[in-house]
Design a protein around this ligand. Sequence first.
Ligand code: ASN
Ligand code: ZN
Length: 333
Amino acid sequence: RYEGVETGTGTGQYVGTVPLSTTPSGSSYQLVDGDRAGHRTYDLNQGTSGTGTLFTDDNDVWGSGAQSDRQTAGVDVAYGAAATWDYYKEVFGRNGIRNDGVAAYSRAHYGNNYVNAFWQDSCFCMTYGDGSGNTHPLTALDVAAHEMSHGVTAATANLTYSGESGGLNEATSDIFAAAVEFHENLAADVPDYLVGEKIDIRGTGAPLRYMDKPSRDGSSRDYWDSSLGGIDVHYSSGPANHFFYLLSEGSGAKTVNGVSYDSPTRDGLPVTGIGIENAAAIWYRALTTYMTSTTNYAGARVATLKAAGDLFGEYSPTYLAVADAWAAINVGD
Ligand code: ASN
Ligand code: ZN
């Protein structure tokens, strides 16, 4: 713990009421996380550059859950950054995005009607729009974990953000978004294999992406084929997201935490799930040890098999489940 760190309380729109590490400054408090290398959370006040103003509060009780309260988005994104930091540290011993103990920072309330969130290596920071009508903020836990994980990918395999490697880059962010959700296990944001389900980004109730059967979004691919490298990376991520779901939970119909999934396989053969923690451990080791900037789907298969061999033994049941899950999305040797 840093000297002087305080435990405040915040209520976000998506995370519910949560503890927040804050920093006293005079008679006030700053949304600066002394438990996590001083991660700072800023209010861009609908601006699109710089850092706006640091969120501050007089009594260390932040946000109200209402969108009209500017602090509410700050609570969600500060908590998301903290949860993601903790996930990488607790599960993999990773000390920050670059494993160097240095914090990124977060910026909320970017622009007007901005329907996106993004990570930038150039500022080592992440930024969140308020969504359509400034009423669907992209500040949920899985979005924060997705964006922050782009920083982890950039610091490790550095998968090029186009072609098949771009799809794998996107999938890596969705995979760790799901893993962080399951690790955090919030009552207000029940863990699932959906991406952005809390945001209601289009006002239809639909999530941004589905990992059990990515084509449920109308655009993402379920299986690898030779045309995959020519499509948007948020759709070519589909087969790898599908691989991860299959490896975690297995094929077929299943309900997890009240959410129903039905995950198909291209080869018609079943896949037995190994659990999300094991699947995430395999992906993390593959990403940080074996993948490079040019890794494609065939290379990701090799990387995860090596990782599974290292962690669980070559030809172990877990290793064979990895091979089955790749075959299920049409990636074989
Ligand atoms: N939210 C998007 C993403 O993280 C931003 C982008 O298109 N890079 O994938
Ligand atoms: Zn992304």
